[in-house]
Design a protein around this ligand. Structure first.
Ligand code: NDP
Length: 290
């Protein structure tokens, strides 16, 4: 199976490298040229000049772009080149409705679609251990499985197209709550004058231990917020969660609070890791002592 990859960002680049290591990657395309050229030079795969040319050369195309409109733009650019029966696997996080729209447009061009959003951060993308939440047809998933296994440690079919994105939205609400809990608690611990590195080591072994505390705690207490997962992307995901909850006339407190707190961060934080929320939480303690 010849696989093409579109979108060599923080997630896409290591995912494409894992497809290459599995012997599946035929070529890549990235909107901003330099990254695709560098990957092609490193691996020997083709740096396609346009998505349609990549589509024409591949049976399976993985996309990992930023947001809903970006996915639909890429789908439109792929369509003229798609081979009959090709599969498009989208690993971006978008609304379930956008996944269904992409599937409709691809079906009209004779191609199949799986929404396969991922969780596990850039670390999971590098290690090839992402949790992949899939939506779509089971037979299509089986055809795509070798590519999915090259990128992920677990692949779970959640239901028809859109169900993968519904699962991912569920995940993003949890990520918001965990970010709130870890940043607020560590800011509190710091204000108590606790030795922070020892505190994290103690807490991660107990009932409050979690991925975010272990991976992002040690950097946030030094005032460093390396990517990671951008605040701007998480805000985009929480807007999706907000719209999905509104369909039930529900406003979710964790979603609303986190979106509000992200707007209180400095503008440049949109491109920082979500652990930058720690800055806001520790400022509360500094201000109270003024
Ligand atoms: P980045 O901002 O690092 O990369 C985004 C990629 O999408 C870039 O290659 C960018 O191209 C491309 N892109 C964006 N818009 C378009 C467009 N209209 N047409 C063509 N290409 C486009 O994001 P991430 O890699 O971090 O995230 C990608 C997706 O994965 C997002 O949906 C995100 O929510 C999700 N995700 C991210 C995780 C993380 O920890 N970072 C974890 C799990 C999911 P260019 O280089 O030209 O800008």
């Amino acid at each position: 199976m010849r696989v093409g990859f579109v979108g060599l960002g923080a997630m896409g680049l290591p995912m494409a490298l894992n497809l290459h290591r599995a012997g599946l990657l035929a070529g890549v395309w990235n909107r901003t040229g330099g990254r695709a050229a560098a990957l092609a030079a490193e691996t020997g795969v083709t740096d396609f000049p346009a998505p349609a040319e990549l589509a024409a050369a591949c049976e399976l195309i993985v996309t990992c772009v930023s947001a809903d409109e970006d996915l639909l733009e890429v789908v439109a650019a792929l369509v003229p080149g798609l081979r009959p029966g090709a599969i498009v696997v989208d690993c971006s996080t978008v609304a379930a409705g956008t996944a269904r729209e992409a599937a409709r447009r691809l079906a009209a061009a004779g191609a199949e679609f799986l929404d396969c959003p991922v969780s596990g951060g850039t670390e999971g993308a590098i290690a090839g251990t992402l949790s992949i939440m899939a939506g779509g047809d089971e037979a299509t998933l089986e055809r795509a499985r070798p590519a999915l296994e090259a990128m992920g440690g677990s692949i779970t079919l959640m239901g028809p197209v859109g169900a993968g994105q519904a699962a991912k939205a569920t995940n993003q609400i949890m990520v918001a709550g965990i970010n709130q809990a870890v940043t607020e608690a560590l800011a509190f611990g710091q204000a108590q004058g606790l030795p922070m590195e020892q505190l994290i080591k103690a807490l991660e072994k107990g009932a409050a231990g979690n991925w975010f505390l272990s991976r992002r705690g040690p950097t946030m207490i030094r005032g460093e917020f390396p990517l990671g997962f951008k605040v701007g992307l998480h805000a985009k995901d929480l807007e999706i969660c907000r719209r999905m909850a509104e369909e039930f006339s529900v406003r979710l407190p964790i979603v609303e609070m986190t979106l509000l707190h992200y707007t209180r961060l400095p503008a440049h934080s949109a491109d920082e890791d979500i652990s930058a929320l720690f800055r806001l939480k520790s400022d509360m303690f500094t201000r109270s002592g003024d």
